[in-house]
Each structure stands twice: as structure tokens, then as C-alpha cells.
Design a protein. Structure first.
Length: 59
């Protein structure tokens, strides 16, 4: 399950949100047929795309 929260600049997460994050860190990542683990080459391409996207956001 994915849960997205938007925290504005300067806003601090609540204790409940921090607890939820700590619990999520403890659970393992589970890959399946819809979300397979990336190969090293695909991971490199993904990281490159993220860097490019972030550059465009800052501009």
C-alpha cells in the first residue's frame, strides 16, 4: 500500500505520521509481477530520469 502525504515547507510531521514512517521502514519491500525489481541498468536509467526531472522542477 502506498500512502502519500503533502507536507508544506516549514510544516512538521505529526507524531502519528512519524510513527507510521518508522513502521514502514521495518517492513520489507515485496516485489511481484506488477512491480518487479529493477536491474542495475534500469536503476541507473531511473536515477538519471529523476535527476533530470528535479532539475526542471527547480528552474
Amino acid at each position: 500500500m502506498i500512502r502519500t502525504l503533502i507536507i508544506e515547507s516549514g510544516q512538521k510531521p505529526t507524531k502519528e505520521q512519524l510513527k507510521e514512517i518508522e513502521e514502514a521502514q521495518k517492513s520489507p519491500i515485496v516485489f511481484d509481477e506488477d512491480c518487479k525489481e529493477l536491474s542495475p541498468a534500469m536503476m541507473k536509467a531511473f536515477k538519471s530520469a529523476v535527476v533530470q526531472r528535479n532539475r526542471k522542477k527547480k528552474a
